[in-house]
Write a new protein. Sequence first.
Length: 118
Amino acid sequence: MMNTNILIVEDDAVFCKLLTRFLGKNGFLVADAQDGKHAVKLLEEQTFSLGILDYRLPDMDGIEILQLIKEKNPSTKVIIMTRYGDEGIAQLAIEKGADAFIAKPINPTELLEVIQGI
């Protein structure tokens, strides 16, 4: 899955850049957005093979972005992140087409394993 084009949507700027750098060092092409509006713009401009989406964003939630991604390209894999450990959100995300769910705080190595596993 190398050279995978990844979209990270995470409103915590520091954490967002940390993930972007970590995945970049591991051979992935990464674009990031810190709100839904920017994510939508990136999705209009290019196709991603993987989306890593925070559930809680300032202007929309990760499920809405998940649905946009799947409408545009059903083969794009999606991982939903949330710091609330909410089983209901995990269930909803999977029902709406998410391929994996990961709870924060995220261990980057664990994230890499999830990416490689989907």
